[in-house]
Each structure stands twice: as structure tokens, then as C-alpha cells.
Design a protein around this ligand. Structure first.
Ligand SMILES: Cc1cc2nc3c(=O)[nH]c(=O)nc-3n(C[C@H](O)[C@H](O)[C@H](O)COP(=O)(O)OP(=O)(O)OC[C@H]3O[C@@H](n4cnc5c(N)ncnc54)[C@H](O)[C@@H]3O)c2cc1C
Length: 644
């Protein structure tokens, strides 16, 4: 069991016994609904269950957070003070049983909750040391285990999670990564102000308890350090081969193994029983094909390949793209650049999140360290908000539309909320407002977080250019209106080749079938986002149409990894060496998926986003509700597979 020991910040600052003012600040900063549940779990005090739970908008109005009235909040604070002065001891260490847990979660939500909320809630509460751990049903001999070998592609969040599971089970494995460090996305992307847009306490592994996050939304380097810490804590370093790229993988049916061609530091051929590809979705930069790029005389690079040897301070900088990354970079660069030209093809919906750049205060960390279960319920609160109702946001409502609505009541409300935020932030700049309100509904593309975006756009040294790029010239960018924007440095923030799943690895499955052949009709497809016929013993983390409709990525990555590792365990326990998704299961699933997709709003005509592939088909997201998907993917159904 891994528990990250944290030195309470209050103690670190010589506040071993915090004074009343410190405690008052801690309680003022607390999530009082989470604190209420922590106290209720510790004391069983029925008065703590007897409150009304309301909700307030959060994360730019996209999510709702369960909250208490001022009066009830004060009651919780009073009880917390008494609990703290009495020594802050829980009356029992016993973990809540099924019914008790449901009662606690319903007390948190203030309403009945689904089985999904209870089951997944248990995992997110992290009472168990390893909430999503795969266990053997009939543990095989060491010799049998040694006859299998798993290769994990990628040392990012997914690859490290897979390695930890395999290590616990004693299955031989190696993790390879072409980068020269651990962390995947968070190793590679170190552009100015790279930062996660999900709260740190929801952007974490369920088995790493009370990690001392410095920031409420961690910068990239902090996330990278966290992932590396997970690898070190679980002794994964000897299993990781960095600077090593998987170039090709060929299925050898006779041996029931994949033959891998590795390039780089560990260049060789390797035979492996199974592949868990955690190669990531946002790995291959999309370099737009803009005429004249090769003639530009200054330095230029993709945001993901930021060249820190090139100074932007005092320079005229062009940033192409206003998606999550471009909008994140611009405010930081604008502080020190002589001038920034932001080239916007179409505006994005941008949500302002309170406290986006804030640090976790010593008072909050002290509460995590001191009040039993507070950290658990604090993390649960984030999960509960982020896994809330998505249908109303992402499905069109025909009745609402018949009454003149655009998408659905919730989507239209969110649209008004976000548009009003733009009007308020830029009240004195009607020229910018006109350029910044999108003409498509929120959630047809990924919502961007306001990293100081609106404030930076008002700066004298920033221009928002919307006339469309005609070509790059030796000295800058020529827009379609014939104006040249002189530049010293050009940053392309044009996203990633997300539709090219598993690319550029040359996979050759049963009878040599390639991915291009298997996906020729309308792009990448899979069963449950994880496997495909003709590509046995290959499990994909974050695979085609695997992106769930709600929730943070860490829980889903753990769930995908659990399914992949469970598949390997099931295969070993069945004495089989090949596990191949049945064609009929795959076809049936995909037909149902296409039908279910018709109700979703992602493929608005005329919109380009990473969600849609070149066939115009949504190949990233799934149409199923999170609870449905969660239950399908909890563990593999062996009748879906041909085991041999
Ligand atoms: C700039 C940026 C910002 C993001 N911000 C957020 C955010 O705020 N919130 C959020 O939820 N998500 C965000 N994402 C999505 C992000 O990718 C995930 O958060 C997460 O890091 C995915 O983890 P992963 O393990 O699946 O993949 P990755 O982190 O992409 O790791 C995959 C690894 O596989 C390696 N690899 C790939 N192919 C090969 C090969 N053939 N051979 C060897 N190694 C290979 C890569 O080098 C990489 O290290 C962001 C992505 C980017 C690019």
C-alpha cells in the first residue's frame, strides 16, 4: 500500500498546534459539504445528515457543485471546531459497507443516487488502498506467469498505471517510451504556462492518497513530477526503457506473440505476449499545411516542441491557434513579448474558473492531514461534480428545439452564461466581443479554460487577427485581407493528429492485416475503445471512440487499464495465449454506437475539431452515458472474445 506521507504545511511553518485564527481560516476555505460528510462518517452525528443540499455553478458554469446554505455551513463549522478540539479521532476505522456507503453518498448529494455513483464513488473515495486493483482469481505458478510477457507502450499516466498493475500481479512486463523522461504529455509539453485544466485533486491516481499538490490546477512540471513519483514509489524504473520507440508490431499466430521492432536506445526485436498501448491521443503534433511556411526567416515551432533556446522576450510573436494550448500560452507570452498577433480561425467557448492559478493553502492541506476522511470527500466532491448530468449538455432535446431552443435547455443556458461572461469581461471592447462569441453550441468542441485569456486580449501589445491566413512570408504572416503581420517568431498551436490512432506504428495483425486496411471505411474503430478483431492481445488505453462523455481523465485511464490488465489475467487463468475480439461483437457494438451517436451534438456541420475524423465521423468521443460505459468496461466479458 502506498501512502504519500505529507508533512502538514502548518507544521512545516511551525504551527504544530494551530491557533483559533488558523482553524477559522481553514474552515472558511473548506468545502463544507465534504467536511460535513467527513465528520458524519467519523461521528455518526445525525444532525449532520439533516441538511438541505443545493448546488452552485463551477468550472465556468459547466458543472454544478453540491453545496450547503450559509446556516448549515455554519453548523458544520461549529461541529468541526468541537471535533478538532476533541482530538479529531474517527469513532471507528471500519470502511463503510455497501448500504452505509450509499447512505453516505446520498447524504452528500442530498438525493438518491445511481448504483454507478456508489460503485465508482467507492473507487474515487479511495478508502481502499488500491481501489481499482486487478486481483488473481486463481493465481498461477511463477513459471506460468513467466511464460507471458506484456509490453506497455508509453510512460504517461496510462503506461505507468498499467505497469503498477502488472507489477502487483507479478506478470513480466516492460514499458517503452520514445521520450527521454517519464510523464508522457506532461513530460513533453513545457511551453510557457502549460497547466492542467482539471482540478489536481481529480487529476490523480486513486491509489496515491493525500498527495501534497502545490497548485489547485497543477502546472505541467508538477503533474510530470507526480507521475514520475508514482513510478518510483512502485519500483517501476527498472522496467522502463526510455528513448525507445515502437516502430512496428507484427502478429505471429504460430507463436501467439507480437514481434516488435524497437528503435532508439534499445533498438532490437522483441517477442511479447500482449501489448497495452498507452501511446496517448495527443502525441503527434498537427503541423498545418500553410503556404510559405518554409520561407519564414525567423524561428518557428509547434507548441508541443517549444524551443526554449529561442527567446520570445522583446520579440514580435505570432501564435496560430486559439484552442486549449494557444489560449494557455498567449497570456504568458504577451507579458514579455514586444507584440503578439493571435491568429484565430474560429473562436472557442472559454470558461473562467475561479482560483485557476491558486495554490493549495497550508490551511487546506492541514485539514486534509488532520480531519479523517476530509481529503477523501474533498476528492469525491470533484468527481461528483464532473460526473454530473451530461445528457442535457450534449444531447439535442427535440421538445426544447420545437419551442425555439437551439440544443437543450442546459446547453442553451450554458451558452448564454459563457457569452455573458465574455460580454462582462470585455464590456469596453465591443470589437473583441464580436470576434469572440462562437456561433456553435458549447461542447461541440473541447471547452477552453481562461488562463488570463480575456485580460491579455485587452493588452496594447496583443492583436486578435481573424481575417484568415493567406500565407507565411519571410517576415511574417499575410492575411487574406492583404495585410502583412511582421513577426520574429511563429508558434503553431494547431493541435494534434488525433484521428491517427496508434500511428505511426506499423501494426500487422492476423494474416498481416494493417490498421489502414481495418479502418479504411470511415476511420479508427474499436470495441469499447479498447480492442479490435484481427489484432489479438492488443489493448488500447484511450482508444477510438473511447473518450467518455464526462469526468476527468485519470479515473477513465485507470478503468481502461484495469480492463486491459484484467484481460491479460483472464487469458492466463484460462490457459489461453490468444484473446481476440469477436467480429460479430465488434460489428454489433459499432452499429449501436452509430445509432446512439445520432442524438449527440458533436458533428455540427461546418465545424472542425479534433473530435471529427477526415470522414466527418466522430472518432474520439463515445455516445454512451458514463454509467453505462463504466459497467460494460468494469471487466472483460469473456464471451466477447475468442480465446485460444
Ligand atoms: C498540451 C496538452 C494539454 C493537455 N491538458 C489536459 C488537461 O488539462 N486535462 C486533461 O484531462 N487532459 C489534458 N490533455 C490530454 C493528455 O494527453 C492527458 O491528460 C494524459 O496525459 C494522457 O495520458 P496518456 O498516458 O494516455 O498519454 P500520453 O501522456 O500522451 O503518453 C503517451 C506516451 O506514449 C509514448 N509513445 C507514443 N507512441 C510511442 C511509440 N510508438 N513508441 C514509444 N513510445 C510511444 C509517448 O512518447 C508518450 O510519452 C492534454 C494534452 C496536451 C497535449
Amino acid at each position: 500500500m502506498i501512502i504519500v506521507e505529507t508533512e502538514p504545511k502548518a507544521q512545516a511553518e511551525g504551527q504544530n498546534a494551530p491557533d483559533a485564527a488558523f482553524i477559522a481560516r481553514a474552515l472558511d476555505q473548506a468545502n463544507l459539504n465534504a467536511l460535513r460528510l467527513a465528520l458524519y462518517q467519523s461521528t455518526g452525528d445525525p444532525e449532520l445528515a439533516d441538511v438541505n443540499v443545493g448546488s452552485v455553478p463551477w468550472w465556468g458554469g459547466v458543472f454544478q457543485v453540491a453545496t450547503l446554505s450559509l446556516e448549515d455551513g455554519d453548523k458544520v463549522k461549529q461541529k468541526a471546531r468541537a471535533f478538532l478540539s476533541g482530538g479529531a479521532q474517527a469513532s471507528s476505522d471500519a470502511l463503510p459497507s455497501g448500504d452505509q456507503l450509499r447512505a453516505l453518498i446520498e447524504a452528500f448529494a442530498g438525493e438518491p443516487v445511481s448504483d454507478f455513483m456508489v460503485e465508482m464513488g467507492r473507487e474515487e473515495l479511495s478508502f481502499d488502498p488500491y481501489p481499482r486493483g486487478v486481483e488473481w482469481t486463481r493465481e498461477p505458478s511463477e513459471e506460468t506467469k513467466r511464460s507471458y510477457h506484456v509490453t506497455v507502450i508509453g510512460a504517461g499516466i496510462g503506461g505507468i498505471a498499467a505497469g503498477i498493475q502488472l507489477k502487483r500481479l507479478g506478470i513480466p512486463f516492460v514499458i517503452i517510451d520514445e521520450n527521454d523522461g517519464i510523464g508522457g504529455t506532461w513530460w513533453k509539453n513545457d511551453y510557457p504556462d502549460a497547466r492542467v485544466d482539471i482540478a489536481s485533486h481529480h487529476f490523480q491516481y486513486s491509489f496515491m492518497r493525500n498527495y501534497p499538490w502545490k497548485h489547485n490546477f497543477a502546472p505541467a512540471r508538477e503533474v510530470q513530477k507526480y507521475i514520475e513519483q508514482a513510478a518510483r514509489d512502485h519500483d517501476l524504473i527498472p522496467h522502463i526503457r526510455l528513448n525507445t520507440k515502437l516502430a512496428a508490431a507484427e502478429w505471429d499466430e504460430g507463436r501467439a506473440k507480437w514481434r516488435l521492432t524497437l528503435e532508439g536506445e534499445n533498438a532490437k526485436e522483441l517477442r511479447t505476449s500482449a501489448i497495452i498501448s498507452a501511446a496517448g491521443l495527443f502525441n503527434r503534433p498537427n503541423k498545418p499545411d500553410i503556404a510559405g511556411l518554409e520561407t519564414f526567416e525567423g524561428p518557428w515551432f509547434h507548441s508541443t516542441e517549444w524551443d526554449h533556446g529561442v527567446e520570445y522576450q522583446g520579440k514580435r510573436v505570432g501564435i496560430v491557434g486559439v484552442g486549449s494550448t494557444g489560449a494557455q500560452i498567449m497570456p504568458r507570452v504577451a507579458q514579455d513579448a514586444a507584440h503578439v498577433s493571435v491568429f484565430q480561425r474560429s473562436p472557442q467557448w472559454v470558461a473562467t474558473v475561479d482560483g485557476y492559478k491558486s495554490e493549495v493553502t497550508p490551511e487546506t492541506q492541514w485539514l486534509f492531514d488532520t480531519v479523517p476522511y476530509y481529503w477523501n470527500w474533498y476528492c469525491f466532491a470533484l468527481f461528483h461534480a464532473m460526473f454530473g448530468d451530461v445528457e442535457g449538455l450534449q444531447n439535442a432535446d427535440p421538445e426544447w428545439q420545437a419551442k425555439g431552443g437551439i440544443i437543450s435547455e442546459r446547453n442553451d443556458n450554458l451558452r448564454n452564461y459563457l457569452a455573458e461572461n465574455i460580454r462582462t469581461k470585455l464590456a469596453d471592447r465591443p470589437d473583441l466581443i464580436a470576434k469572440l462569441i462562437p456561433d456553435f453550441p458549447p461542447f461541440t468542441k473541447r471547452t477552453v479554460i481562461d488562463n488570463g485569456w480575456f485580460d491579455a486580449l485587452r493588452r496594447d501589445n496583443v492583436d486578435l487577427v481573424t481575417d484568415g491566413i493567406d500565407r507565411i512570408t519571410p517576415g511574417g504572416v499575410m492575411t487574406k485581407d492583404g495585410k502583412e503581420h511582421p513577426l520574429d517568431l511563429l508558434v503553431l498551436s494547431a493541435g494534434f493528429k488525433t484521428e491517427d490512432y496508434l500511428w505511426p506504428v506499423q501494426y500487422a495483425g492476423v494474416n498481416g492485416v494493417t490498421l489502414e486496411q481495418a479502418w479504411a471505411k470511415d476511420g479508427a474503430r474499436s470495441y469499447l475503445g479498447m480492442s479490435m478483431p484481427q489484432f489479438p492481445n492488443l489493448f488500447i488505453v484511450y482508444g477510438p471512440n473511447g473518450q467518455a462523455r464526462a469526468g476527468g481523465l485519470f479515473p477513465w485511464i485507470e478503468i481502461w487499464v484495469r480492463y486491459a490488465v484484467h484481460s491479460v489475467v483472464d487469458m492466463i487463468e484460462a490457459g489461453a495465449h490468444v484473446m481476440e475480439c469477436r467480429q460479430s461483437v465488434f460489428d454489433d457494438y459499432n452499429a449501436k454506437m452509430d445509432t446512439a451517436m445520432e442524438h449527440c451534438i458533436w458533428d455540427v456541420p461546418g465545424q472542425q475539431s479534433y473530435y471529427l475524423n477526415k470522414f466527418g465521423r466522430m472518432s474520439a468521443n463515445m455516445p454512451w452515458k458514463p454509467d453505462q460505459y463504466y459497467h460494460w468496461i468494469k471487466k472483460p466479458n469473456l464471451t466477447d472474445f475468442d480465446l485460444r
